[in-house]
Design a protein around this ligand. Structure first.
Ligand code: ZN
Length: 409
């Protein structure tokens, strides 16, 4: 990553609470020099320069910029709007390849201060007529195990950061749809690993999730919504060390539970929402009669997986109906806590855990040498997860993007 081109200046976050990606430090100071974190000093004083920008104040918590581990970047504004809410990195689980290529190239040039960064799967592995390849959309497809090496190589050539695999026989639909067979699934995972890429599966039923786990995928892009998350499934997920991105917000979005309206009326988040996302939050994909039951199943799998040590990653599946870029990650954190995670664990699910699992070793923590992507909030989110919504300032690569706390600076 490149250093910013503006004159180097230091920002000092002085005597505030710091969540460093893994633990809470009750009182610390953090020095940011350009695009990097220069110093983290616990309980001590740092020597300042007169030209330093000093940020301090009562009841503030500094966190690493948040990572949304499941998005789709159909438009640039999915990334620009996410940043307002403290989401500095998104993990895109399928987007048109030209869009992913352009955004990735701009990031490589180091000029992206106005939007969240994106890691992307690009095109997903699906069968002709399968999920993601319906309605005549011109996306690459795969039908046989023999095609797997070439299919994956093409994705790697296009720049895919990881391989997304879709196992979808039609969960929640009225009709079955074609999907990958077991041999092709195994061949895809093998080809991804051969290329040094992780494989992440869309699998919404117990059977599909179990099949994906046994094929060796590295993670599941959703919780399940069909079948019971029993000991066989959860135990297999735990033993094989996969991660889970429950995307409870997206599942909830199909229910029209009113959570979207609650986010839209939040005194801080609501002000940051554009009219587009405000309307989108109120939308619902389809009112399935079985939706409440499906939400219960999804929460139950997330809860059991977490209790058995499966790493949980916070993701929203924005822009699905009922979600809003950036804002919905705050709702996902609340739902993870409702599923049994401690607030501190939920915070890890949006910072250090996804950074580790997706190989983003330059972010997700507040440590010297790492990127200065930062979120400042009022309150202590390690005690009350809703405090993440009290956005006081966002820094992308050391540059102040937005601040509701100009009086603090
Ligand atoms: Zn998705």
């Amino acid at each position: 990553m490149h250093q910013p081109s503006f004159p180097r200046s230091r920002t000092v976050f002085k005597d505030i609470r710091v969540f460093d990606g893994t633990r809470l430090i009750p009182r610390a100071s953090v020095v940011v020099d350009g695009g990097s974190i220069a110093q983290v000093v616990e309980d001590g004083t740092i020597s300042g320069h007169p030209e330093d920008l000093c940020v301090t104040g009562p009841d503030l918590t500094l966190l690493p910029g948040l990572i949304d581990s499941h998005t789709h970047t159909w438009h640039d504004f999915v990334l620009t709007d996410a940043l307002r809410f403290g989401v500095t990195t998104t993990i895109d689980m399928v987007t048109p390849v030209p869009v992913a290529t352009r955004l990735r190239e701009e990031q490589r040039q180091g000029s992206v201060y106005h939007r969240a960064d994106m890691l992307s799967a690009g095109a997903a592995a699906t069968v002709p007529g399968g999920h993601g390849a319906r309605g005549g959309s011109a996306v690459p497809t795969i039908s046989t195990p023999e095609q797997a090496p070439d299919f994956v190589n093409r994705r790697v050539e296009e720049g895919s950061d990881f391989i997304k695999i879709i196992l979808e026989p039609g969960v929640g639909r009225l009709e079955a749809i074609p999907t990958l067979d077991r041999d092709t699934l195994h061949a895809l995972v093998g080809a991804a690993h051969h290329c040094g890429k992780i494989a992440v599966a869309h699998a919404l039923s117990r059977e599909c999730a179990l099949e994906a786990i046994r094929a060796g995928v590295d993670g599941l892009a959703h919780s399940i919504m069909e079948g019971q998350p029993d000991e066989e499934l959860v135990g297999e997920a735990s033993r094989r060390g996969i991660f889970l991105i429950p995307t409870l917000t997206a599942i909830e979005g199909a229910l029209a539970t009113g959570a979207g309206a609650e986010l839209a009326s939040h005194p801080v988040l609501g002000v940051l929402l554009s009219p587009y996302w405000r309307e989108h939050l109120a939308s619902s994909s389809r009112a399935l009669p079985t939706a409440p039951l499906r939400f219960e199943i999804a929460c139950s799998f997330a809860r059991q997986a977490f209790l058995q040590g499966v790493p949980i990653l916070a993701g929203t599946d924005t822009p699905n109906p009922g979600t809003a870029a950036g804002a919905s990650l705050h709702r996902e954190l609340e739902l993870l806590v409702a599923c049994g995670q401690a607030p501190l664990e939920a915070l890890r699910a949006a910072t250090s855990v996804p950074a580790t699992r997706f190989g983003l070793m330059d972010r997700g923590r507040i440590l010297p040498g790492l990127r200065s992507d930062l979120l400042l909030v009022t309150g202590d989110p390690s005690l009350d997860i809703l405090a993440t919504r009290q956005v006081a300032g966002v820094w992308k690569h050391g540059r102040l993007y937005s601040s509701n706390a100009s009086s603090l600076v």
